[in-house]
Design a protein around this ligand. Sequence first.
Ligand code: MEV
Length: 436
Amino acid sequence: MIAPVTGFSKKTKKEKIDWLLSTYLQNDTEALATLKKYWNSDTALQQLHDDFIENTISNYYLPLGVAPNFKINDRLYTLPMVIEESSVVAAASNAAKFWLERGGFKAKVIGTEKNGQIHLNFFGKETLLKHFFEAVKPKLIASIEAIQTNMKRRGGGLLDIVLKNSSEKLSGYYQLHCTFETLDAMGANFINSCLEEIARTFETEATTFKSFSETEKPEVVLSILSNYVPECLVRAEVSCQVSQLDTKDFDGKTFAAKFVRAVNIAKAEPRRAVTHNKGIMNGIDAVILATGNDFRAVEAGVHAYAAKDGTYTSLTHASVKDDVFTFSIEIPLALGTVGGLTSLHPMVKFAFNLLQSPNAKQLMEITAVAGLAQNFAAIRSLVTTGIQKGHMKMHLMNILNQLQTTSEEKQKAVQYFKDHPISHSSVLTFVESMRN
Ligand code: MEV
């Protein structure tokens, strides 16, 4: 029986590892060697990473790939992409090249408003709460003056506070719905600090507001930003003449019709929409990770947006009108190019330099394009050759690496599998036959 550990967070890194090894890993020296292999020999850099989170014992690498030739609003970008899945970067690069020759991507930020709520209990008369709120609203705003100073100087800050009656959804449930402009910051810390201060002021003022009886004072349940940001929205699009879509497998017209049908299937069927949107997130998450943004926040917000009309549906839209094929995406993205990891993580700094130091709006546009490109590549494969052909080619390398093949063995295998079906067992058999 394993006993619970006490004071774990106070232990040194070595003590933590010793405890893990002796408790779960039979003091396996190989496990220790693996952890150590991933430590950075630059102790300052290692310390930086140790300090990002708690109880750090080693680093966990993901590959950073790049996808060149993205023409976005007439500017050429090479996208940094952090992802473990093979084919994603190749697919992005192919889509970028395809659209480079057809005018590139157009992207536009529709809005940048973020929001957060102070969730309240109030079981008294609504008119009383409304009256109180209107009376204290200037004090609520004044209470965050110090927190807002810098943000306001740069042109951002709190936009408004609105009292919302949500008691039809849940008895006694009201909200102070607060909206913010956070400019180039994702703004989570700023918004949460503002909300907690407003909530404190609201409760303090409520205690001295005479019209509330002792039993009907509003009470703060919790205050937090929302990761649902439908007012922080970006749109990206590609379009061309249908005749420009000719491929070796299809003429443009057939391809466009199949493509539009595939998107419409994702619009109609949530089971397909989830996978369709997952493909979009392959591109989006990869750029979000490379630029040190919060992919969990983006994932949650994007999927909620996909279900905003009551049914989960496709985030992309495709149409053919007057012989013009148009393919677009509209998604909420709360991203930052300052604050958080952006100035701390050397690889994130590299990614921003590679992207020519975008501001948050430009990063929203670039990221939306990554999602659109990824979806284009996936659907193009799905309605033509299927995805396995390209996928397995990339997968072959992973299998060969797993089997610790030499570069000579790799070359032979790549040659052989050009015209043989790739599966884990077929590669294993081939490698074994080479070695025998
Ligand atoms: C795989 O990671 C993504 C796809 O399944 C997306 C899709 O089906 O559209 C290929």
